[in-house]
Design a protein around this ligand. Structure first.
Ligand code: AFP
Length: 314
């Protein structure tokens, strides 16, 4: 018999970790497991579905891939089936969707981040934030009870935080997420930098200053174009800085507060790093609209402060 099928004391499943380590309430544990199940279907679809266009457009006017649509459906179906979700907000849908207003949680998600990279076969991901209650609008990322992401790369991994550290799991051959590393940490100083929306240097002089500072300080560039992969690099290596600053085509930066910046702010802050919009912590930015964008400076604390300082003195 294949030994990966046998339960072993050294293998810690996501379910067991949520129950025994994070001690999350049962309802939240079931919801996280339902979301994890949705991502297994996405993992499989990435390997088997064509990278073609669906012929539809999302709320931001971006053309949707068949995979975008399918990933959104997977999330929607699993959230609905969980019976635990009052409302959800998805990158692929214009408005807040109501499921069962008496249910205990609301969910924000980007079902497939980095989908423009699918044809190039780069890593892509899903991002999720969970709030208690039936509202997301008016809430701050600090109020999330859980954030998680799944990175579909050479290996599929899931990273979650629920107020008790940030933990990484790998999807094994039999479709179970198994603990890889506990308590990922982000150190205070960065050696790697990951500058998004870099075309903004043409009309945002401070961003050019930050870029020159990284070049002069001989930091190493690590940028893939998928924020899930790029911020996972920081959590995995224990240091780094990722930015997406306003300018050029995107005056407020390209990234959305609710389902992109908020969940990562929660995770990186919990791992000992910081996340700022240049003025205040992303953790304290109220979500005003579904499609709200914000500049993001995230990663090692000292470097986040340095870059925010360059912005303030610009
Ligand atoms: P897509 O989902 O359209 O591929 O966009 C990915 C993304 O939202 C985020 O994951 C990247 O960090 C960011 O865009 C990259 O933006 P730039 O190419 O402008 O740096």
């Amino acid at each position: 018999m294949d030994s990966s099928l046998l339960p072993s004391q050294s293998r810690v499943s996501l379910n067991h970790h949520l129950y025994a380590h994070a001690k999350v309430p049962d309802g939240l544990r079931h919801l996280i497991l339902d979301i994890a199940r949705a991502t297994k279907y996405i993992h499989s679809a990435i390997r088997t579905t064509e990278a073609g266009l669906a012929g539809t457009i999302n709320q931001f006017g971006e053309e949707q891939l068949q995979l975008d649509v399918l990933s959104n459906e997977m999330f929607e179906r699993h959230l609905e089936e969980s019976r635990l979700v009052a409302t959800f907000v998805s990158e692929e849908q214009e408005n807040v969707v109501e499921l069962n207003l008496k249910a205990p949680y609301s969910v924000v998600f980007d079902p497939l981040d980095g989908s423009s990279l699918v044809d190039a076969n780069f890593a892509i991901g899903s991002i999720v934030g969970i709030y208690s209650g039936n509202q997301v609008i008016g809430r701050k990322p600090r109020e999330q009870v859980t954030a998680l992401y799944v990175l579909y790369g050479p290996r599929t991994i899931l990273v979650y935080g629920a107020g008790n550290g940030v933990h990484e799991f790998i999807l094994n051959d039999v479709g179970e997420f198994i603990l890889l590393r506990e308590n990922l940490g982000v150190g205070d100083d960065a050696k790697n930098y990951s500058p998004g929306n870099l075309r903004a240097v043409t009309d945002t002089p401070f961003y050019r200053k930050a870029m020159n500072h990284w070049l002069d300080a001989k930091l190493t560039l690590r940028y893939s174009g998928c924020m899930v992969a790029d911020i996972h690099h920081i959590l995995s290596k224990g240091q780094g800085i990722f930015t997406n600053i306003g300018g050029s085509k995107y005056p407020e930066g390209k990234l959305r507060l609710a389902f992109e910046c908020g969940p990562f702010a929660y995770l990186v802050t919990q791992a000992g790093g910081a996340a700022s919009d240049g003025a205040i912590s992303i953790m304290d930015r109220p979500i005003e609209t579904v499609d709200q964008r914000t500049p993001l400076i995230i990663g090692s604390k000292n470097e986040v402060e340095k870059v925010a300082g360059i912005l303030k003195n610009a």
